[in-house]
Design a protein around this ligand. Structure first.
Ligand code: NAP
Length: 478
């Protein structure tokens, strides 16, 4: 075996060390490792002699231990840490070498870094890596950006460590510069929506259906055998099954109902706002976490009037099926919105992103892995320029089978005073997309009234303004 490594990892905290071990376990790889504090490197090497790591104490030794073209994956703290390591590597690397940032970078940072690094002839690849520490060790879903040329060297290495779904590695070249981190960001946004929708389904089953957490665990386990089959549904059943050892109560009843977040959901919504793409399911999921964490308001609230009806579910199996259908329909909307955001990002930043391939590499290794993603791949394979997933034949018939239940469940939630923001906003989005006419015409009238913002007419070309404070005649402005 060569004394030089074909790949190196910088940053040996939990993600980096697991990724390095994953790389080392695959045939054909020799892995160089480096961490700012050498004790972490020593610990990793001593705990995993089987990996045969090439351990470097200094960045110079690390660079010297890499065969050319040098390829190094950075797995350090996102932000300043990543910038510092990129600077150290870029100083020592030569044209044609490849720097990969495998951390959770914001795609705009990746675009900036790519510009800076590629000016020296060095490739810079921002790679979204999903699946947490277990994924890093056993097989993540990987979303690399950067140049095609860099992917030609990097791709075969990443293919050795990625998760495998239906015989195919969960990695593909997403597009240039920040495309990989952009797609990873949207993945996380969809994950927020999916989790929130599942949580709303649980809440409705519990509050309206009167099911216990253990019974709901069984319902989810059953759902996991059908079209909802996914990692998130599977783990939801596990969490609901859990009993607290200290009190004997269901685990969900002893956990504080305040959900945290690390920011990628917020990034997704901010980005979608800038792009003018409605990701209402994701936004509701982010806001639902914010509301849950408003400790002061929630603790200090007065008795708020509800006028809610108490809902008694007579046919429990029918109710469970209605909630399942509402969940599936809302989930379809969340994914449709997420893929719309990717399409909008691709247009804005000139990325050639194959949406079907994106769905494919999410089938394994990542948090939103699901059977259902095959349907998305099929939809884009049939029609690459599909304007919305909701317009695909399969999804039209899936919604057709669900939409009546979806309406019933959302109406029931509203009448009985149970918050279901993601269910109801997804339905509103769907109805918005269906509508022949939207009340936006009135909004245009209001805008023209107070701000002379002008409007278009349905029956003739041109731009118009009504003289609202004058004689209210209409003038054509261009
Ligand atoms: P982390 O806690 O985010 O960062 C710790 C690592 O960064 C240590 O190796 C540390 O070195 C290094 N570091 C920090 N500042 C540095 C600097 N200025 N120069 C050199 N090294 C520096 O580690 P992590 O949890 O393993 O995460 C690594 C990356 O993966 C992050 O970007 C994180 O956001 C991302 N991540 C992804 C997932 C996922 O599911 N995809 C999950 C978790 C994390 P020292 O040991 O010397 O302090």
């Amino acid at each position: 075996m060569s004394e030089q490594a074909n790949i190196g990892v910088v940053g040996l905290a939990v993600m980096g060390s697991n990724l390095a071990r994953n790389l080392a376990s695959r045939e054909g790889n020799r892995v160089a490792v480096y961490n700012r504090s050498f004790d972490k490197t020593q610990l990793l090497v001593s705990e995993h002699p089987e990996a045969n790591f090439l351990a470097a104490e200094t960045i110079d030794d690390f660079v010297a231990s890499l065969a050319t073209p040098r390829t190094a994956i950075i797995m350090v703290q996102a932000g300043a840490g990543t910038d510092a390591v990129i600077a150290q590597l870029a100083e020592r690397f030569e044209p044609g070498d490849i720097i990969v940032d495998g951390g959770n970078a914001l795609y705009t940072d990746t675009i900036r870094r790519e510009k800076e690094v590629s000016a020296k002839g060095i490739h810079f690849v921002g790679a979204g890596i999903s699946g947490g520490e277990e994924g890093a060790l056993k097989g993540p879903s990987i979303m690399p950006g950067g140049t095609k040329e860099a992917y030609a060297t990097l791709g075969p290495i990443l293919e050795t460590i990625a998760a495998v779904a239906e015989g195919e590695p969960c990695v593909t070249h997403i597009g240039s510069d920040g495309a990989g981190h952009f797609v990873k960001m949207i993945h996380n946004g969809i994950e927020y929506a999916d989790m929130q929708l599942i949580a709303e389904a649980y809440d409705l089953l519990r509050q309206s259906g009167g099911f216990s957490p253990a019974e709901i665990a069984d319902i989810f386990a059953e759902w996991n055998k059908g079209e909802l089959e996914s990692y998130l549904i599977e783990i939801t059943a596990e969490v609901l099954k859990q009993t607290d050892a200290k009190t004997g109560k269901p685990f969900v009843d002893v956990v504080l109902d305040a959900a945290g977040s690390k920011g990628t959901g917020v990034w997704t919504v901010q980005t979608a706002l800038n792009l003018g793409t409605p990701v209402s399911g994701i936004a509701e999921a982010v806001f639902a976490r914010s509301l849950s964490s408003q400790a002061e308001q929630r603790a200090g609230k007065p008795e708020l009037p509800a006028s809610a009806q108490s809902w008694s579910v007579e046919d429990k199996p029918a109710f469970v099926e209605a909630v399942r259908r509402a969940l599936y329909a809302s989930k379809i909307v969340a994914y449709a919105q997420g893929f719309d955001a990717i399409r909008a990002g691709a247009k804005e930043f000139n990325w050639e992103i194959n949406l079907g391939e994106v769905a494919k590499i999410w089938r394994g290794g990542c948090i939103i892995r699901a059977q259902f993603l095959n349907r998305i791949t099929d939809a884009y394979r049939k029609n690459e320029s599909l304007l919305s997933l909701l317009f695909d034949e399969y999804f039209i018939s899936a919604i057709e089978a669900s939409v009546a239940s979806w309406r019933e469940v959302v109406a029931m939630a509203a009448l009985s005073g149970i918050p279901a923001p993601a269910f109801s906003s997804s339905l509103s989005y769907y109805d918005g997309l269906r509508a022949e006419r939207l009340p936006a015409a009135l909004v245009q009238g209001q805008r023209d009234f107070f701000g002379a913002h002008t409007y278009k007419r349905v029956d003739m070309e041109g731009t118009f303004h009504t003289l609202w404070s004058g004689d209210r005649t209409e003038v054509q402005t261009d």
